[in-house]
Design a protein around this ligand. Structure first.
Ligand SMILES: [Zn+2]
Length: 476
């Protein structure tokens, strides 16, 4: 009797395994069938190249696509006009996907493999967020149909997250508690390679330091003036001395955003914009206090007044090996990006402008990087999400191998089939991994327990940007 029960149970498992595989293949078939639709969505957003917190059309395009597919869309969440949350299904588990869509200012490029600025705009998708947004939406829609066709319970939820580039959109969404009931979050990012690693980043905090002095004629009456630019310069000198006495993992960089306008007028206002990064948020806060002290000292010494405004703050990414492993297995199943002869011709021409040669570009785009922990010295607001929900992030080769983010070469490839093919690799991998999580409670439990362990028992989330309101006009 017992044996019969066992056999029956085994048969059920085998049957459900076969049904699962059939369901999955219909999910992949749907994504293949709808590639042109998502290509159009991504390339429309690429063309608009809207900046952080003013991505009105891009956000609406993504929302409309989801609404037409039966998602419930809540817009303007967390006080961010272009942020939204789109949900399908009900109850647990809740699987979150993130979609970015902001472009970068000051850089534009056509879809040509040689440098050719677009004449009609001064911004561009140099970080591929048009693909990021459209690819995640494609994955969410595929999962939603698969859930309906296979009677899978739970919720798939897509977060439309604006202003990743210096606006920390996700931090306000985390601060507003929008991720509180989510079991796991899956993310991807455009890149020059395919990988799904337990990777981390640096925590990052920025501020504008503003010095106010007294203007005067710089030759006739300098003794009556106090130069705000002196305040900026004194701070920069001390900050550079401080650099020697900081941990070596630090990244610190600045630009002078205002330094006066004529040498014969003593500037009464000057401003510099600093970024400070370190892997550990608590250490970053200690270093931050020392940086602020250089600004205070500079103001005392130059007879100026200083105030500063924290502009953004991102936690590091908390890696999750359990989720990364599940995603890596699915990425291997999906495979990398396959170049057509015209893709390869484009890639070879573009690669002539790159500093680093990657050899056989078709092979590099098709390759899946080995599974290994890694750290980027950059930062992302995905970090804050990863400290409140178990999260993992993959990369897909939407750019010609050897391309760095934030370059014209990234904009160029992102506007072609190469970008679209990389986006579809990501969409398929995200969809399959989400399906795993919706069907395997033990996988979610393992991811959660790793998350709790890495975070530590006494962890409480505090945003590095504090209580400030979103800088909705930072790109205006
Ligand atoms: Zn990015």
């Amino acid at each position: 009797m017992q044996r019969i029960t066992a056999i029956a149970a085994l048969t059920t498992i085998m049957l459900s395994g076969a049904a699962q595989a059939a369901g999955e293949s219909s999910m992949l078939t749907r994504l293949d069938r709808e590639q042109a639709r998502y290509a159009e969505l991504a390339l429309t957003i690429w063309d608009k190249a809207e900046l952080g917190y003013v991505e009105n059309d891009s956000s609406t395009l993504l929302q409309d696509t989801l609404a037409r597919e039966g998602f419930t869309v809540e817009t303007g969440v967390a006080g961010l006009p272009t942020a939204f949350v789109a949900s399908y299904g009900s109850g647990k588990p809740v699987i979150g996907l993130l979609a970015e869509f902001d472009a970068l200012p000051g850089i534009s490029q056509t879809a040509a493999p040689v440098r050719e600025a677009a004449t009609d705009k001064h911004s561009g998708h140099a970080c591929g967020h048009h693909l990021f947004g459209a690819g995640s939406v494609a994955a969410a829609v595929a999962v939603r149909h698969w859930m309906e066709e296979n009677n899978v319970s739970g919720t798939v939820r897509l977060y439309g997250t604006p202003a990743e580039e210096g606006g920390s959109g996700k931090v306000y969404m985390v601060r507003a508690g929008l991720f509180e009931d989510v079991d796991s979050v899956l993310v991807w990012h455009p890149a020059d390679r395919n990988q799904a690693n337990p990777s981390t980043t640096l925590a990052n905090k920025s501020a504008k330091f503003r010095f106010r002095g007294v203007s005067s004629h710089a030759a006739v009456a300098p003794e009556r003036g106090r130069s705000a630019l002196d305040g900026v310069e004194a701070m920069n000198m001390m900050a550079n001395m401080l650099r020697e006495h900081m941990p070596q993992e630090v990244r610190m960089h600045h630009v002078i955003t205002s330094g006066g306008s004529a040498p014969n007028v003593v500037p009464d206002f000057a401003e510099s914009f600093y970024y400070l990064r370190h892997p550990d948020a608590a250490t970053l806060e200690e270093l931050w206090a020392r940086l602020v002290a250089t600004a205070e000292g500079a103001a005392v010494g130059t007879g100026t007044e200083m105030s500063y405004e924290v502009i953004h703050g991102n936690h590091s990414v908390l890696a999750n090996e359990t989720l990364a492993r599940a995603m890596h297995d699915r990425l291997q199943q999906v495979g990398g990006v396959q170049y057509s002869p015209s893709d390869l011709a484009f890639a070879n021409t573009l690669a002539e402008s790159l500093a680093r040669s990657e050899g056989d570009l078709a092979a590099a785009a098709a390759r899946i990087e080995p599974f290994a922990p890694s750290r980027s010295m950059g930062s992302t607001d995905v970090g804050d999400v990863s400290w409140v929900v178990p999260t993992t992030e993959m990369r897909a080769a939407t750019w010609v191998p050897g391309t760095a983010p934030h370059t014209w070469q990234a904009i160029a490839a992102g506007g072609t089939d190469i970008g679209v093919k990389g986006m579809m690799v990501a969409a398929k991998t995200l969809a399959l991994t989400a399906a795993d999580l919706l069907q395997q409670p033990e996988l979610l439990r393992a991811a959660r327990s790793e998350f709790e362990q890495r975070r530590g028992a006494d962890f409480t989330y505090r945003p590095l940007l504090g209580e400030r309101e979103p800088p909705l006009d930072y790109r205006k």
